[in-house]
Design a protein around this ligand. Sequence first.
Ligand code: ADP
Length: 260
Amino acid sequence: MINNNLHNKIDNCIAVVSGKGGVGKSTIAVNLALAYVGQGLNTAILDANVWGSSIPILFGLENHRIDLTSVHSKIIPVEKFGIKILSSCFFESPEQNNRITGMDASKALLKYYFEAEWGEIDVMIIDMPSGAGDVLAILCDQIKPNKTIVVTTPQKLAFSEAHHIGLMFNNEERKLPLTGVVENMSWFSPVEDSTQLHYLFGKGGGQVLAGLLETKLLAQIPFAQGLAQSADEGKLLTYAQNSITIPIFHKLAFDVLGED
Ligand code: ADP
């Protein structure tokens, strides 16, 4: 049995990690959350990207602020599309967040995780910072997520860095479970002809990474036209409900909870 530190109201905590930024980690985290909500589960997202956060934009919550100035203030997550969300961007301006140290960022994130009024949560997804920084290490050690998904593109440049991140989890010291690898932007198919597959970032990197980390390749997600634009506009829900990626995310969501 894994010795995780999930508090008693959070049944599952999924860390979504990557080596490089820009491989689609936040996009996967949010689409996975939408899939869980669609499956009727109480779902939450903690945005752990204090520097360069995408979650508020993806949810159209860039200007949302939570005021904690009163001593009686409670940390109440924001709810959007049925998902409970917390991000340090709801508390501090981007300029203030840019000045925060790794130690202070970790403290704030642990406070959001352990002290916020999340209610009963079936699945908490943590959108971790890219790369192997202190924040990732501290959150892993304190929270001990019971599921971890490593996101990469098929490119060697992406999966070789993701390999090091994966090893931060399933090493002798931490022994945190690696649930599997998700390969994003695996290919591109034009809308006019979905039989044509263009391998924009090469082929097979996700499988190679899964082999290196002795885990599974859980999913391959194609480059989806319209995803980037809907993300910028905070319209991911509308997009996710009409996208070719829906069945992939639903299967991924189901498989992740099924894996131990
Ligand atoms: P990360 O969290 O790894 O930095 P993001 O989730 O912010 O990456 O994604 C980086 C960019 O790629 C964004 O513009 C996003 O909209 C786009 N993107 C991610 N995954 C896909 C995909 N499968 N199809 C099309 N665009 C994608």
